[in-house]
Design a binder for this molecule. Structure first.
Ligand SMILES: [Zn+2]
Length: 66
């Protein structure tokens, strides 16, 4: 999937995490300051939930950008 990072990064201090789903192993990119719950695109498991600033990551963080 092609991603235009310049359009997705709202703040310089924010970063993106590559989170691996605990349920199915799918990896997807999650904004570390997500304001909404983030679900796995494959199985629908909750990967991250907002927690007053930084999101709480429920999957396994395997990589980070920014
Ligand atoms: Zn999954």
């Amino acid at each position: 999937m092609e991603v235009d990072w310049s359009k997705l990064i709202p703040k310089p201090r924010s970063s993106f995490l590559v989170v691996q789903c605990n349920e199915c192993g799918h990896r997807q990119t999650v904004f570390d300051h997500a304001k909404i719950e983030v679900f796995c695109n494959v199985c629908g498991a909750l990967l991250a939930k907002p927690k007053g600033g930084k999101a709480e990551i429920l999957g396994k963080v395997v990589d980070r950008y920014g």
